[in-house]
Design a protein around this ligand. Structure first.
Ligand SMILES: *Cc1c(COP(=O)(O)O)cnc(C)c1O
Length: 365
């Protein structure tokens, strides 16, 4: 059968290994496995969310309210924006897809090492991909490529996955001043909750962003800080002109009844978010100490993961060694880097990882 030839140039996105696979392959019990590979919240979802899901389970035979009124209202309150400035997606991944299909760009600009889905969606419609020389976001390189090639879409991942670095709001805004109003700039804020907690200079408020730059869309997700990766809810915030176009290609009922319920409750549980952020950055310190003690380079992170740049050791060998011991991390070899990305877990999970990592280092000298 003949398919779109562009698909031959694409690789299937490699998601973090699921726990079930490790159970099957290594005969380990599911509760002994530690998954620090997909940037999920190690504390889980808010207890209020779990309760609400139980209370609403009897509604699953009904299609959801397709206007997503309750969730949009909660987001309006949270961000001081209007309902017509919001689109809800099955993860913010789906909003990326809507943006690419709605804008149908011939050229797309992004950082060299960034979220893989930007390239996959863009290539799937035949767009040419422009990448900076530097792995992480370098806005002067972005500007140079922008002026040279005039891409119709620009992706900024703030903070960036899988490296963890984060641009300052100020530098982002002065970059955006130089971009034409006809260029769609997608500001992916999947880890903004973490960045804003660590350093106020990194915080990008969607309202301020879209008021000043009506050609921007801000993406947020419930999969990371809110602990709802399994529910698949994300959102886009932009001026009505952009949102109204994206809505034309949104399939009806793209979010489940229970997912909407979970996201609406999660947004309001400030205590759980606070606990999540505090655990994350106190545990991040132990990762930094571990790296320093073992002379491993790392990228200072504004997210819920840390990226170790390996020199003496091989990321494949390390990832395999840990996997056999039931610890799943993200190997960045597929990005062309001898590096690993580790999601910050609970104290107990992190201590187990450090212990196994030290065994690996001892065994490899
Ligand atoms: C996790 C992530 C997303 C979106 O995740 P969804 O689960 O689809 O909402 C988007 N961008 C980046 C950079 C991410 O890391």
């Amino acid at each position: 059968m003949k398919f779109n030839p562009i698909l031959d140039t694409l690789q299937t996105y490699e998601a973090g290994k699921p726990i079930e696979l490790v159970v099957r392959d290594f005969g380990l019990s599911a509760d002994s496995i530690i998954k620090l590979a997909s940037n999920e919240n190690p504390l889980g979802a808010s207890k209020k969310v779990i309760q609400a899901l139980k209370d609403n389970a009897h509604l699953v035979h009904l299609y959801p309210d397709d206007s997503y009124y309750a969730l949009k209202e909660a987001l309006c309150y949270h961000y001081s924006i209007l309902a017509q400035e919001i689109i809800i997606g099955a993860g913010s991944d789906q909003i990326i897809e809507f943006c690419i299909h709605a804008k149908a760009p011939s050229k797309v600009l992004m950082a060299k090492t960034t979220f893989a889905m930007y390239e996959i969606y863009s290539k799937s419609i035949g767009a040419k991909i422009l990448k900076t020389k530097s792995d992480s976001h370098n806005l002067s390189e972005f500007l140079e490529l922008y002026k040279l090639h005039n891409p119709e879409v620009i992706f900024l991942c703030i903070p960036n996955n899988p490296l963890g670095e984060c641009l300052d709001k100020k530098e982002v805004f002065s970059f955006l001043k130089q971009i034409s109003k006809n260029t769609l700039v997608i500001v992916d804020g999947a880890y903004q909750e973490y960045a804003a907690f660590k350093d106020g200079n990194k915080e990008i408020k969607p309202k301020e962003l879209i008021e000043q730059f009506p050609n921007c869309i801000y993406l947020g997700t419930f999969s990371k800080a809110y602990g709802l990766g399994g529910m698949r809810v994300g959102y886009g915030i932009a001026k009505e002109e952009i949102i109204s176009h994206l809505l034309k290609i949104r399939p009806p009922f793209n979010i489940t009844t229970l997912s909407l319920c979970a996201a609406t409750i999660a947004l309001k549980d400030k205590e759980h978010i606070q606990k999540t952020l505090q655990n994350n950055f106190s545990q991040m310190q132990s990762y930094e100490e571990f790296a320093k003690q073992n002379k491993i380079d790392f990228i200072p992170s504004f997210t819920n993961f840390i990226t170790f740049l390996l020199e003496r050791i091989d990321s494949n060998a390390l990832a395999d060694f840990l996997l056999k011991r039931g610890i799943i991390i993200r190997n960045l070899k597929s990005y062309g880097l001898n590096a690993v990305r580790i999601t910050i877990g609970t104290k107990e999970q992190n201590q187990k990882l450090f212990k196994a990592f030290e065994e690996f280092l001892k065994a490899s000298v």
